[in-house]
Ligand binder design. Sequence first.
Ligand code: KIV
Length: 295
Amino acid sequence: MSTTTVKNKAESAARKKFTTRDFRLKKRSGEPITMLTAYDYPTALAVDRAGIDSILVGDSLGMVVLGYENTLPVTMADMLHHCRAVARGAQYALLIGDMPFMSYQVSVEQAVANAGRFLQEAGMDAVKLEGGRERAEAVRQIVAAGIPVMGHLGLTPQSVHQLGGWRSQGRTATAAKRLLEDALALEEAGAFSVVLESVPDRLAGLISEKLSIPTIGIGAGLACDGQVLVTHDLLGLFDRFTPKFVKQYAQLHAVMGEALTDFKEDVEAKTFPGEEHSVGIKDEEWESLLKEIGA
Ligand code: KIV
C-alpha cells in the first residue's frame, strides 16, 4: 500500500459526518465553513472527497443542469431525484436540499410536509428556503418537526421577477436594515444558518456579527462565516454567464469540448478503438469457429 493510500485511509477513518452542530462550532472558533452545490453522484463524491463541509443540492440545478432560464420551473420531483443521487455519493458532508419554488409558499402545512420529504425520501440532513420574516412561521414549524432549516436572503433567485432581475440587494440604508431584520427573524425562528447572496460586504459583515448562527456568503464578501459557490460555476462547466462573484478554478467546459472533438476525430480517422480497447479471442477458438462455419 502506498503512503498516500495509507494517509487517505487514516484521514477518512478520522473524518466524521459534518452536522449542524459543527456549523455552530465553526462559527464560534472562527473557522470558515465550506459549502458547494452538487446535483449528481459523481460530483457529490468529488466534493465530499475534497473535504467540503456541506453540500447544497441547490435549485440552481434548474439552470446549470436542466437548462432553464431561471430556477422557477424546478419541481419537488426534480429536487428529490437529484438529492437521492447526491446522498448516494456523499458520506461526510452535511446534505442540504433546496426547497423549490411553490413548495413552501402556499401554506405552512405544505412547507412542513415538503421539507419532510427531503429527509424521509431523499437522504438529506436539512433543507434551505428563501425569504425572511414572511417565511419565519414556516421555518419555525419545519424546525419544530425536527428538520434543520437554512435561510437564504439577499438576491433570492425564486423572486427574480419581484426583484426586477438578477440584482444585488441591500444597497440602501432602508434595504440593508430590512435585510438585517430578516436575518434576525430567521434566527429567532430557529434557522441553523443563513445564506447571504449578492449583498454588500459591509452589510454581510454586520449581519454575521449580529447573528449567533453562521452566515454563508455567495457574493457577500469575506466577513461571512462560510462561503458557497455553484460547483458548475467554479469548474467552468456553465458557459451561459458567470456572475461577478464567481471565481472560476477551472474551465472544464473547454476541456470537455476538446475531449469530445478528439473522440470524433479518432473515430473518423479509425484510430479508436485501439488494440488496448478491444476484446480478444484465443487463436484456437477462432480457428475452431472458422472451421465450424466453413470459412
Ligand atoms: O440554488 C443554489 O445553488 C443556491 C446557492 C446559490 C446558494 O441557492
